[in-house]
Write a protein that binds this ligand. Structure first.
Ligand code: LAN
Length: 728
């Protein structure tokens, strides 16, 4: 059964909320918050825009555009539509859903700290979870497209109950059956054990130790937590604090009842220490290594004799790091998981009257997004910079940026990019082990404020494209600020020549053998990624064209080493493995863009040729490409059931970068992408586009505009060039 606002409107009933009353507010630096208007008067004063309607799934009722005669006209129609979704401040908001373990953090964290939700938010969260149950069995997975797991089902079950859904509701009866069939909540993976313990429906004794004292070890040790991947350590800090004090909510009727509902066996008879390494098979992605289990047993012994002064010092240190993180990020923190854990720590230590409590409460809103199916918790506070980076480059490269009717839109985009660049290092910089931020662009907003290598690369490219190529745009980002960003990028190359996500690789490779999360792969240290590497070196090369005098030798050296990294990381079949998008299609597009920089194309380079042949071998009879997220899990190409428009665009972009000589596959792909375009210029949403930690998909719904427009415009020009060269 699907619960859609349209059905509700059609039947005249409003068991959930009236979607005509939701509005997206875009404030400050691209901050997104959804608001529900209770009166008709408020609605008249703040009318719903196309932007609101689009993301809510309400009809825009647009007239059909002229049928496109060629690929460029299709791109133009695409942008005629997409321009309507540009916010007044110049960026393109969007939903950022996919993971199914984030709403539990929001709801459990709020519940245990006494932070409420508005009724309409509660209703829409319930509707979201009802819509996201697995179509076959009624459980929840780790992400929206995944199979049911204990992690997804146990946690979201608790969410539904906290939000007020009765245990007898048919959806919960079904979910409980799935959970019990999977063995019950005892086999929930580590992060699930943590949330359930905080809620007081799992005994802390059933958790492997999350020892805060690790933070007191000398920084020089190769396994010190400051060397871990930034998301892992930022989650670990509040997690170790809450573990260290065995934080748990006071018992109440709901908690007593959940203890019965979540387990097929008697809660009070469970052998908790025996559950520490009990992880349901359906959940397990990255099993512990033997050495790790051994270390855990040592830490377990330590837990029994931990010295109170050491524990106190460790907790104080973690608390200090938490405060610094909160203040560095405007109480948003790096991501949604640490956000809710920091919030609990601050509520516990600082109390409900404190500013920290209030600011944390308010900033929960930045992650809460109303989509067609209800209200979700997003993967970050948005993907603002990432989305604006691609569409602006697409507009410049296709020539659409030069068309008179798009001028205002592109100048607004530049204004947004200008305000988004981070111009200082964080307030707490060395003391909170941060990488420098001066000159960087973040993934979402300036307030969140974290350097990401490829976001800086794409942000820099977008600025250069607009400032250097679009006539009569103001030069908002000064040379000095551009140099800051180049300096930052030049300092982010790893020893292997590649670029990682937020920082340099800080820890040794073997730290991956100590991954505690069980459901995520490759999360202990940074790694070099072909995608990040490409964004950085393309940005540097484009910069060099416009500023040939600035550090040319450094740039040349960095690009050479990066190309070498790309050569080395090509898979034997010819593609590159993608870690942040699905999967080989995504990364191969980036890698071929890099190779094209140094003149490596189909005709001139065995790497590029092999990659093109690989992609061509995956083209389907309908002209498109379709790769499943399973490729990321299995590190091997897995076909998707349906052809995917966005992946088709990536594959064609890759072929164009490599100057693939045969026009036929490109023409067929263009036809496929055009055939999927709706008369109003938009494309329907298809499968998830993104992924992280190998095992979780995440949506980039704006890609279906940026990459289609980009590919169609470029293909139009490339095909014309090919024809011209064949006839001459
Ligand atoms: C993201 C989103 C963007 C992504 C790219 C810029 C695409 C990438 O090239 C570099 C890594 C980065 C910044 C990235 C890292 C991990 C994130 C933040 C996410 C996939 C979005 C959500 C995810 C985060 C870890 C989710 C919370 C879950 C935890 C395991 C802490």
């Amino acid at each position: 059964m699907s619960y859609s606002p349209l059905d509700i409107a059609a039947t005249g009933q409003h068991p959930f909320t009236d979607y005509a009353r939701w509005r997206l507010r875009v404030s400050e630096d691209g901050r997104h918050t959804w608001h529900y208007l209770n009166t008709d008067e408020e609605c008249r004063a703040w009318p719903q825009t196309d932007l609101d309607k689009y993301w809510l799934g309400l009809p825009l009722n647009l007239p059909p555009l002229p049928e496109p005669e060629d690929a460029l006209a299709a791109a133009r129609n695409g942008y005629t539509f997409y321009k309507r979704l540009q916010a007044k401040d110049g960026h393109w908001p969007g939903e950022y859903g996919g993971p199914m373990f984030l709403l539990p953090g929001l709801v459990i964290g709020s519940y245990v700290t006494g932070m409420g939700f508005k009724m309409e938010e509660k209703l829409e969260m319930i509707r979201y979870l009802l819509n996201r149950t697995h179509p076959e069995d009624g459980g929840w997975g780790i992400h929206v497209e995944g199979h049911s797991t204990v992690f997804g089902t146990a946690l979201n079950y608790c969410v539904m109950r906290i939000l007020g859904v009765s245990a007898d509701h048919p959806a919960l009866v079904k979910a409980r059956a799935v959970l019990h069939k999977l063995g019950g909540a005892t086999g929930v993976p580590a992060w699930g054990k943590f949330w359930l313990s905080v809620l007081n429906v799992y005994d802390w004794e059933g958790n492997n130790p999350v020892t805060p004292e690790l933070w007191l070890l000398p920084n020089a040790l190769p396994f010190h937590p400051h060397r871990w991947w930034i998301h892992t350590r930022t989650v670990y800090i509040p997690m170790s604090y809450l573990f260290g004090i065995r934080y748990k909510m006071e018992e109440n009727d709901l908690i007593l009842s959940l203890r019965q509902e979540l387990y097929p066996e008697n809660y009070y008879h469970i052998d908790w220490p025996a559950q520490r390494n009990n992880v349901c098979k359906a959940d397990l992605y990255a099993p512990h290594t033997r050495i790790f289990d051994f270390l855990y047993s040592l830490l377990g012994v330590y837990e029994n004799c931990a010295l109170p002064p050491a524990r106190r010092a460790a907790l104080d240190y973690c608390y200090k790091l938490i405060v610094q993180e909160d203040e560095n990020t405007g109480y948003q923190t790096l991501g949604p998981v640490s956000k809710m854990m920091n919030l609990i720590v601050r509520a516990h230590v600082d109390g409900p009257e404190s500013d920290a409590y209030k600011l944390h409460m308010e900033k929960r809103q930045d992650f809460m997004w109303v989509c067609t199916d209800g209200m979700m918790m997003c993967g970050t506070n948005g993907s603002q910079l990432w989305d604006i980076g691609f569409i602006t480059q697409a507009l410049v490269e296709t020539g659409l940026a030069h068309e008179e009717e798009n001028k205002e839109s592109i100048v607004n985009a530049l204004r947004w990019l200008d305000q988004c660049q981070i111009q200082q290092n964080p307030k707490y910089y060395e003391s909170s082990f941060r990488h420098r931020t001066k000159g960087a662009w973040p993934f979402s907003t300036k307030t969140q404020g974290y350097t990401v290598s490829d976001c800086t690369g794409e942000g820099l490219k977008a600025v250069l494209y607009i400032q250097e190529h679009v006539e009569s745009t103001p030069k908002l980002v000064s040379d000095q600020r551009i140099y800051d960003s180049v300096d930052l990028l030049l300092g982010m190359q790893n020893h292997d020549g590649g670029f990682a996500s937020y920082e340099l690789i800080r820890g040794p490779w073997w730290l991956e053998m100590l991954n505690p999360a069980e459901v995520f792969g490759k999360i202990m240290i940074e790694h070099s990624y072909p995608e990040c590497t490409t964004s950085v070196i393309t940005a540097l090369s484009i910069f060099q064209k416009h500023y040939p005098q600035y550090r040319p030798a450094d740039i040349r050296r960095v690009v050479e080493r990066a190309v070498h990294f790309l050569h080395k990381s090509q898979m034997p079949e010819g593609g590159w493995f993608g870690s942040w998008g699905i999967c080989f299609t995504y990364a191969t597009q980036f890698a071929l863009e890099s190779l094209s920089l140094v003149g490596e194309t189909y005709e001139t380079s065995p790497y590029a040729r092999k990659a093109c042949n690989f992609l061509i071998s995956k083209q389907r009879s309908d002209g498109g490409w379709g790769e499943s997220y399973k490729s990321c899990e299995l590190t091997a190409w897995v076909e998707h059931k349906q052809t995917q428009v966005v992946q088709t665009c990536w594959a064609v972009m890759a072929l164009i970068y490599a100057r693939y000589p045969d026009p036929e596959p490109i023409e067929r792909a263009v036809r496929l992408v055009m055939s999927r375009q709706k008369p109003d210029g938009s494309w329907p949403q298809e499968a998830m586009e993104g992924v992280f930690n190998k095992n979780v998909t995440i949506a980039y719904p704006n890609f279906k505009f940026s990459f289609t427009i980009w590919m169609l415009g470029r293909a139009h020009r490339y095909l014309a060039e090919l024809k011209a060269s064949q006839t001459s």
